[in-house]
Design a protein around this ligand. Sequence first.
Ligand code: NDP
Length: 332
Amino acid sequence: MPTQRAFRIHNDDAGYRAGVEIIEVPEPGDGEVLLRVEYSGINYKDALGGTGQGKVIRRFPLTGGIDAAGVVERSAHAGFQPGDAVIATGHGMAFDHDGGYAEYLCVPGDWLVTVPDGLDTRTAMILGTAGFTAALAVHRLLRNDQRPELGPILVTGASGGVGAIAIAILAKLGFDVAAVSGKPELHDWLKALGASQILGRNELPGGDRPLEKAVWGGAVDNVGGDMLARITRTVVPYGNIASIGLAGGTDLRTTVMPFILRGVGLLGCESVNIAQPLRGELWRHLATDWHVGDPERLLTAEIALEALPEVFERMLGGRTHGRVLVEPGASG
Ligand code: NDP
């Protein structure tokens, strides 16, 4: 039986632990596709699952990695042939099914998206779930009539994967983007991505009244908690907030006033279980009219599987920025 290197996560009597192991390459069953993983990436959820700091994995042991892009090796699914370049993100990956931190990945073909013209497997994983979720947020905002004329769009957690890509897409679409970041040293980088102004995490205007002066046309929020609450109070009538993340907390203490007196829209963004047609549509946008330009400017590191734990710790400590590419085929 052929074998491969994989980043395996265990949770048993010996405790929560993860590392690179040699395991068998699976054989695709009916409807499944085996791909050789060329690239994966690191998302916040990967860091939670890889360290055990978040309960995001349902079955152990499991190969981590909610993202993968690669080339079909063997297919038992009518829609895919050997040699096809494909993307797999979300679904059950690194939840109750092995994920992309391995040299090979076997998944139901129904989870796959063909890499669209305009992207390749490397660029797809520089974007990864972070870019896909940024695209989802933009889609939700536009569908709910967000327009540049409503005013600047706030992007919180701006230096993170989702935040950085959201800035690039929104700026490309003609929105005035205000970035909220706790990393003053990255102001030039955020501006180069498209932010026109940058605020520190504690510099958001407005106080704790149910409604404060409305200054933002809308927002893409990766932080949650007090930051999101403050934003709800300061968005203009019929502006929208795309709620994506919880990097700053899961509580949301606000009132109904922004929603019933200003018509503010709070739009949930969930990237894992999106229906395939919308999944394909968002990847096509990322390949064409929402293309971020030179994707390499988002990239801050390229690593082998062995380096995952160190990056996970830095990410959870808020000490990473942009995107980290993982090459499962590279030796550590
Ligand atoms: P990153 O770690 O790359 O980015 C998160 C950013 O949030 C950091 O770079 C930092 O930006 C900021 N941040 C970190 N800690 C805090 C804090 N305590 N208070 C305020 N800001 C903080 O993660 P991702 O971009 O991959 O993900 C962002 C969020 O979105 C995560 O919460 C993640 O779980 C969520 N997510 C949700 C998805 C969905 O389907 N709903 C899909 C993908 C991600 P800075 O230093 O610039 O302020």
